[in-house]
Write a protein that binds this ligand. Structure first.
Ligand code: NAI
Ligand code: MG
Length: 353
């Protein structure tokens, strides 16, 4: 198969981890006779340096003409004095909005080899494999009106959802759940207090009727925060609105043990956007210390969701497990007090996978 991928490597460790993800994709392409072509495009601080804007026209145009967009990370301390609208991060927010993806997939996986990196007991995390499906373009983050009136010091944001917005993200969650082993969707809301959540719950319940093989349960967001830490194994696909998903998926990073391990994919827009969850990590940039596994697992999501290469995606995910079980660690997941571990660089970790 042919796949045209826009590469938005960005700043800091972005290019370092993107490089390893591309090497892994190329290995898959060579083994399977696929043709993956890449267009390297500027975004974030790198684009400000070259063109004075964090999202040049050319980057947007080329990305929209691609089959998939892979983003490393953006951000650099040297832009800290700029207003939000001129900073590298503005380029990322703009491209997310322009691409229009509304379903943000964030897996939270417990790796047996990293059980000691989580503050949760291994008997609680063992086997955890949760997929968050977070609505990304609605709710409090985008609702109008919004303002901070500095004269009265009164501020407000608006939570808005429409049936259409809930329906389209719920369908993605159920489609995915129907193909997974547990076939379960946990829909998170605050339907005992919020009208938006009552609409959410009603629409999700209706969508569920089209998926007889999938079990649906509803959880209130506050108790869900506790269940995730007490009994994470009970969850499979977790469907949430924008704010609740932001909080709960970050909380679930505890299960995996490092930010550098987490991939994400945003589906449903003109072009799917794939990015590791972490930022540009200026504190370790250029030192070969970045963990490329989040980016490599993101490459697996490209194969699964933009190329239909499910077996190949699984091979990458299994390779990550093998490398961890063999004791290889980047600095962020190394535990000096545990025998049998070897600390390796970004590129060595990429080669091993
Ligand atoms: P960060 O995710 O860049 O780093 C947080 C901490 O985790 C740092 O100590 C870093 O060294 C570590 N870390 C992150 N990724 C790692 C990896 N792959 N391997 C090993 N260690 C890793 O978040 P921070 O420090 O809050 O932000 C730094 C810059 O990144 C800022 O400019 C911020 O705005 C930007 N940012 C960009 C994002 C994106 O492009 N999607 C997301 C989050 C932050
Ligand atoms: Mg967050």
């Amino acid at each position: 198969m042919n796949l045209k991928i826009a590469l938005l490597a960005g700043d800091g460790i972005g290019p370092e981890v993107t490089n390893e993800a591309v090497n892994v994709l190329n290995t898959v392409a060579a083994a399977g006779g696929h043709t993956f072509t890449y267009t390297s495009l500027l975004i974030g601080g790198a684009a400000i340096d070259a063109h004075g804007t964090p999202l040049p026209e050319e980057t947007l145009k080329e990305t929209l003409a691609s089959d998939a967009a892979f983003l490393g990370a953006v951000g650099d301390n040297k832009f800290n004095s700029l207003p939000p609208s001129e900073r590298p991060e503005a380029g990322l927010l703009k491209i997310r909005a322009e691409l229009g993806g509304f379903a943000n997939l964030r897996p939270a996986t417990a790796y047996k080899a990293l059980a000691d990196n989580s503050p949760l007991r291994p008997e609680i995390t063992e086997g955890v494999d949760i997929l968050f499906v977070r609505e990304l373009l609605g709710g409090l983050y985008f609702g109008q009106p919004r303002a901070w009136d500095k004269t009265t010091d009164r501020a407000h944001n608006t939570m808005v959802y429409t049936r259409h917005e809930v329906e389209r993200v719920a369908k993605i969650a159920f489609d995915i759940a129907a193909k997974r082993d547990k076939k379960k969707v946990t829909s998170v809301d605050k339907a005992n207090v919020l009208e938006c959540s009552q609409l959410w719950r009603a629409v999700v319940t209706e969508v569920a009727k089209d998926y007889p093989t999938v079990t649906l349960e509803h959880q209130l967001v506050d108790s869900m925060a506790i269940h995730l830490m007490n009994r994470p194994r009970d969850f499979d696909v977790v469907l949430t609105e924008n704010l609740f998903g932001d909080i709960l998926s970050d909380e679930s990073g505890v299960i995996t043990g490092s930010l550098g391990m987490l991939p994400s994919a945003t589906l449903g827009g003109k072009v799917n956007l794939y990015e590791p969850v972490h930022g540009s990590a200026p504190d370790i940039a250029g030192q070969g210390k970045a963990n490329p596994i989040g980016a490599i697992l993101t490459a697996a999501l490209v194969l699964r969701h933009s190329a239909g290469l499910n077996a190949e995606a699984k091979i990458i995910e299994d390779a990550v497990v093998k490398v961890l079980e063999a004791g290889y660690r980047t600095t962020d997941i190394a535990r000096g007090d545990i025998a049998g571990q070897q600390t390796v660089s970004t590129s060595k970790m990429g080669q091993l996978v």
